[in-house]
Design a protein around this ligand. Structure first.
Ligand code: HEC
Length: 159
């Protein structure tokens, strides 16, 4: 078998992989100006709501608190599943979870009276500022996500 082609194939794969892996800053460059404006608005409102509802546990800088409150800053758990994060904000979560390789196991209460738009702003804030992900989570996205939270074992949907 000719390994030369296999090698070329691997190099091409690596290169395309490297191109799709962009930092938040690089992805930000490709947004339209109206998308950038909306993200900025959501981030600004989200920051205020985050301070009000989340920072006493996860801290203002998102680094969490010891082994009690997991970090949102660079959290692989957050980045892996935006849908799940939206469900956690509304309904809370309990049971053991693994965040950046560390185990956390203390229940978080959901914040049931947040409106879809407020959850959208908080989610957009934590994703863009803490998770270095460029994403606009809209109120419509939140509405859709909240209809399907029962698939997560650790999240108890309250009607
Ligand atoms: C009273 C403390 C408290 C408050 C307030 C709180 N959380 Fe949490 N949060 C926790 C705890 C504790 C866990 C871990 C749950 C577990 O171990 O199952 C958690 C887990 C999470 C997770 C998943 C783990 C991670 O680090 O990525 C996300 C996302 C999250 N919280 C977001 C929020 C957001 C956004 C708010 C505000 C709307 C908020 N939390 C408010 C205590 C809190």
């Amino acid at each position: 078998m000719d390994y030369k082609y296999l090698l070329i194939f691997c190099i091409v794969l690596l290169l395309t992989g490297a191109c799709t892996f962009q930092s938040g800053d690089e992805r930000r460059k490709h947004l339209s100006s109206s998308e950038k404006i909306r993200i900025t608005q959501y981030v600004n409102n989200g920051r205020v709501l985050y301070e009000q509802h989340c920072s006493n546990c996860h801290q203002s800088d998102g680094r969490g608190l010891a082994r009690l409150y997991p970090p949102l800053k660079n959290s692989d758990y957050l980045r892996d599943d935006v849908h799940r994060a939206v469900c956690i904000i509304k309904y809370g979560i309990k049971g053991e979870i693994l965040v950046n390789g560390d185990v956390y196991n203390m229940p978080m209460e959901g914040i049931a009276d947040l409106k879809d738009l407020e959850i959208a702003e908080i989610a957009t804030y934590i994703l863009n500022v803490f998770a270095d992900t460029v994403a606009l989570v809209s109120a419509g996205d939140v509405r859709n996500y909240l209809q399907n939270c029962q698939s997560y074992d650790q999240i108890q949907v309250k009607k």
